[in-house]
Design a protein around this ligand. Structure first.
Ligand SMILES: C[S@@+](CC[C@H](N)C(=O)[O-])C[C@H]1O[C@@H](n2cnc3c(N)ncnc32)[C@H](O)[C@@H]1O
Length: 283
């Protein structure tokens, strides 16, 4: 992340979620605020690339991944809430709208993000007229330089009770130290805690076509000032989960997400095999 600059990749992901609401049926990820939160950006122009290109195959594949991973994380959250969990932490929240859509008054939501991104998001919420409910707590944190557990507790998070964490589209932009500190902060919490996150496989482990796709993405995000910095094999992530105190984990690739959320569609929406892996770790 660039010092003092809000995340541009967060805006692009949000535009893809908005395009999904506007264009795709049936919805994989139903987000009643996804369009509203980007309206102030669309109003000033120059930000609708992802929406204009939404019928293009590459755009569809990216959009499928973005909405598939959000759906997966919210499905996992719902499972945890059903078993009594009452704290949800959205790490690297970007323009994620769950905290403002949350219909469960007993579920406290902590949005953690790079301070400049969070300030920009709060201004967008204000401009869009989206109210932040009382059980939504904003926690500005730089994972690479600050202590997540301390900042969460200062905001009211109870470490003696379980929390569900989502961490989508973030790990690949961190330092290894920032990644490990964050995993330990989650894994060192109460039993019953869990985290859904995604990570990127290393280039050398990919097929030639997947390498080309990763190179394209790496170029685009580097140009936005957010270069890809961190890659793991599944074996390495399993080791990271174990060391951080988690007891079990699962990984999903494009095929698994397609079977779960995109089967039977006739509009060509679905993921293409590539470097991205989704994971949940439980303790
Ligand atoms: C690609 S966006 C994903 C946003 C959101 N999770 C989503 O799926 O829409 C990456 C997010 O990671 C955050 N981020 C990147 N590096 C960070 C750091 N060192 N500390 C805190 N947040 C960071 C950015 O501010 C941004 O919100």
């Amino acid at each position: 992340m660039e010092n003092g600059q809000a995340s541009k990749t967060a805006m692009r992901v949000a535009m893809r979620r908005a395009a999904h609401q506007m264009i795709d049926r049936p919805l994989v990820f139903d987000d009643a605020l996804a369009v509203k939160i980007v309206e102030p950006l669309l109003a000033i122009g120059g930000h609708n690339y992802e929406i204009k290109r939404s019928k293009h195959a590459v755009s569809k594949a990216f959009r499928s991944y973005m909405v598939g991973r959000s759906r997966y994380a919210e499905d996992e959250l719902a499972r945890s809430v059903k078993s009594g969990l009452r704290q949800y932490v959205v790490l690297g929240a970007g323009l994620d709208t769950f905290g403002c859509r949350n219909a469960n008054a007993d579920l406290n939501v902590y949005e953690v993000d790079f301070p400049a991104t969070q300030a920009w998001k709060r201004e967008l919420l204000r401009q869009a007229g989206i109210a932040a409910p009382e059980n939504l707590h904003f926690v500005p944190v730089d994972f690479d330089t600050m202590n997540l557990a301390d900042e969460l507790m200062a905001a009211g998070f109870d470490r003696s009770r379980p929390g569900f964490f989502s961490w989508l589209g973030v790990t690949m932009y961190l330092t290894i130290a920032g990644f490990r500190k964050t995993m330990q902060a989650i894994g060192g919490g109460s039993g019953g805690s869990a985290v859904s996150f995604d990570f990127s496989l290393p280039r050398e482990s990919l097929a030639a076509t997947e390498q080309i796709a990763l190179d394209g993405l790496a170029k685009r995000v580097a140009a936005a000032g957010e270069p890809l910095t961190l890659f793991f094999t599944e074996e390495e992530i399993a080791g990271e989960c174990r060391r951080a105190g988690f007891e079990r984990w699962e990984f999903l690739d494009a095929g698994a997400l397609n079977r779960r959320y995109f089967s039977g569609r006739t509009d060509g929406l679905g993921l293409v095999a590539g470097a991205a892996r989704l994971a949940t770790a439980w303790k």
